[in-house]
Write a protein that binds this ligand. Sequence first.
Ligand code: RIB
Ligand code: CA
Length: 312
Amino acid sequence: MTKRRIIIDTDPGLDDALAILLALASPELEVLGLTTVAGNVPLAGTAANALRLCELGRRTDIPVFAGCDRPLRRKPTTTLRHGETGLDGANLPPPAMALREGHAVTWLIDRVMGAAPATITLCALAPLTNVATALAEEPRLAKRLAGIVIMGGAGDGGGNVTPEAEFNIHVDPHAAEIVFASGADLTLVPLDLSRQVLVNEARIARIRAIGSNVARAAAGMLEYYNSKAELAAGSPLHDPCVIAHLLDPTLFSGPVVNVAVEVADGPRLGVTAIDWDGRSGRPANARILNAADPDRFFDLLIARLASISDGI
Ligand code: RIB
Ligand code: CA
């Protein structure tokens, strides 16, 4: 089996954590590295959390790099949605493994430009600061990548950080504007999709029943995450949808349309305009996934978590 090679840009983050564990547990994927960015918590926290997750998944071979510590223009904004540490509920010790030397953006550019064309997919689970910086420094990256799958944006159902804007885009709308205009092959996982993929007590119980250390940590993270349930029926498991889409493209579907982002200061800052009906006249620039099969998604996630051994 030819593995799909991926790089994960991330701001762990409890849902990032499940996405990273899903990727590490999936033999179809070769995780080339994690690039971290300021997002849910400041960069020092997201970088340390990425190291913790590689150790939890018993993959200390995976290179982890620290990237941008603030958005391109806006001041940094974080969230307590994932607790003070960004991984509350996991009780993971400080990481023993170290970050690799060098800036994440430099490594991202060198790794992709040094590879054969269209052989690496970038999974963007965070504010797009690293991704936009890389594209601005090396515009050829857009076509060198096989594609970029992004968790971000919101269409008809409204936002999760302002009434209309989604967190990853709102933190750095100027970065999103660069990425949306880059010409890369883009797939977007907006809140319209992730709000169909809800973690709840029953699904957490299935994960805890796996019985391994990894599963217990994952269940602990999700219990914390769901303790602040965004919706009555549970909490959207945003970032793992990016990885699951690569593992099984039949799980989610949606049209190829135009998505634009508001960058003007004001109440609509960071709002994504998804042109579902093609009325804008703007050229299509992304596949926007908006239909999900949540039961099959959780069956996949739970099966893969169960495959991670705790070792001897
Ligand atoms: O809006 C959800 C996104 O913002 C997820 O990626 C979550 O981890 C946060 O980064
Ligand atoms: Ca994230």
